[in-house]
Design a binder for this molecule. Structure first.
Ligand code: HEC
Length: 394
């Protein structure tokens, strides 16, 4: 029966191709914000395509087809959950959802799929953010979501006892944004219809009526201003960009120039090794740029702010992001370390005497590119978590 083996093998190949394409598609969907950023935390790599099959089998009954909702579980699409958080929920269960529906690689695969449909490659859920803002027993969080903070995600520490509403209060009045059904603890509104940074909101309220809210989350002018510079725009930055966008851009420029540096070494181009070495220093410390390679022309391919900023000068991106909260501050330390190592090696490459002598500094920098991306993704995630306001008894 030798002829029979052949068509089978073809089907196998076609099937394999389909699985690989789906997996690649799933991985691409995991990273909606920044194609170059990996998911923030390390979990076993999940196969989203397989995860979809598993999801249909055990999750869709409660969360709806494609996680669109409709069952007793909340919708999972566009909730901004990342794979580690989903894996956590699968392991521990939640509310009516049993713990351990999947374990091991299966759990990782489902988590990858859910992170994909929830668009949460980079946005963490409010639960983990809540760890930094300990809420009282009866409390919760309001997380502003979306790249321009147009959505809200309200999570209660304890389920609503009866049907509750969510309102936005501002100078223009009070507006009902959503309902929380009895025994539910989560509501997600993709677009609250209030413009970027949920404009004109002084506070969110949650409870049985707008007049007698059970919980409130004030959005003070200071807090709103802080979130505005972080997500929408900062007049103190070139082109008035938001801190997150501008910093993201500078990380990308540094990674480009790391590639150029490695290429210059491959091409044995001493002038370019020194040139891109100088760029590492100036991208890290900003303006005024240093003439590290001594060619009489201090050069900075970046925007001059500097990932770390000039010592004693105006703050660089890391300090600006670290100031957003404890999560970001912690991640900023790891990021700073990597950038500083790159800059130190860049200073060496920038003044190197021969192509051969540059091997060590080029290798040090080339090796740090992935770590630069990883620590940046973590810092960015930390900063995103700062868009979470605690809900407390009024
Ligand atoms: C028996 C019904 C049921 C099944 C089956 C179920 N869930 Fe759930 N799930 C729920 C409910 C209900 C909640 C909300 C609980 C709460 O918030 O108190 C939930 C919450 C979640 C959350 C948290 C949502 C958020 O925004 O924080 C995730 C993620 C999740 N489920 C994923 C899954 C996955 C993946 C599967 C399959 C392995 C699954 N669920 C199977 C009922 C279910």
């Amino acid at each position: 029966m030798p002829e029979e083996g052949r068509p089978r093998r073809w089907w196998l190949l076609i099937g394999l191709f389909a699985v690989v394409s789906l997996a690649v598609y799933g991985i691409a969907r995991l990273q909606p914000f920044e194609p170059s950023a990996p998911p923030a935390a390390a979990v076993p790599a999940g196969d989203a395509a397989n995860g979809e099959t598993l999801f249909v089998a055990k999750c869709a009954g409660c969360h709806g087809q494609g996680g669109a909702g409709g069952g007793i579980g909340p919708a999972l699409v566009d909730t901004g959950l990342d794979a580690p958080s989903v894996a956590g929920v699968i392991a521990a269960g939640r509310g009516a959802m049993p713990a351990g529906l999947f374990t091991g690689q299966d759990a990782a695969d489902v988590a990858a799929y859910v992170a994909g449909i929830s668009g949460g490659g980079a946005t963490p859920p409010a639960t983990t953010g809540g760890a930094t803002t300990p809420a009282p027993a009866a409390g919760g969080t309001v997380q502003l979501t979306g790249d321009r903070l147009t959505g809200i995600r309200v999570r209660l520490d304890q389920p609503a006892p009866v049907s509750w509403g969510v309102w936005a209060e501002g100078p223009a009045g009070t507006r009902r944004l959503a309902s929380i059904p009895p025994a539910s603890a989560l509501v997600v509104v993709d677009d609250a219809g209030l413009g970027p940074l949920v404009q004109g909101v002084d506070r969110f309220t949650v409870g049985p009526t707008a007049d007698a809210p059970a919980l409130t989350a004030p959005l003070g002018a200071d807090e709103a201003g802080r979130l505005r510079t972080l997500f929408i725009g900062d007049p103190d930055l070139p082109d008035g960009a938001s801190t997150l966008d501008a910093a993201s851009g500078q990380v990308a420029v540094m990674r480009d120039h790391i590639r150029f540096l490695v290429l210059a070494r491959q091409e044995r181009n001493l002038a370019n090794i020194r040139f891109h070495g100088e760029h590492m220093v100036n991208l890290a410390y900003g303006n005024p740029p240093e003439d590290v390679d001594g060619n009489g022309d201090p050069s900075n391919p970046g925007d001059g702010v500097g990932l770390l900023g000039p010592e004693g000068g105006r703050p660089g991106y890391t300090a600006r992001l670290a100031a957003t909260g404890p999560e970001a501050a912690r991640e900023a330390d790891a990021f700073t370390l990597v950038v500083a190592e790159i800059a130190t090696a860049g200073r060496e490459c920038g003044a190197i005497a021969t192509v051969e002598a540059s091997d060590a500094c080029v290798a040090t920098i080339g090796d740090r590119s992935g770590e630069l991306r990883r620590t940046w993704a973590a810092l960015r995630t930390g900063a995103l978590r700062s868009a979470t306001i605690a809900l407390e008894a009024p």
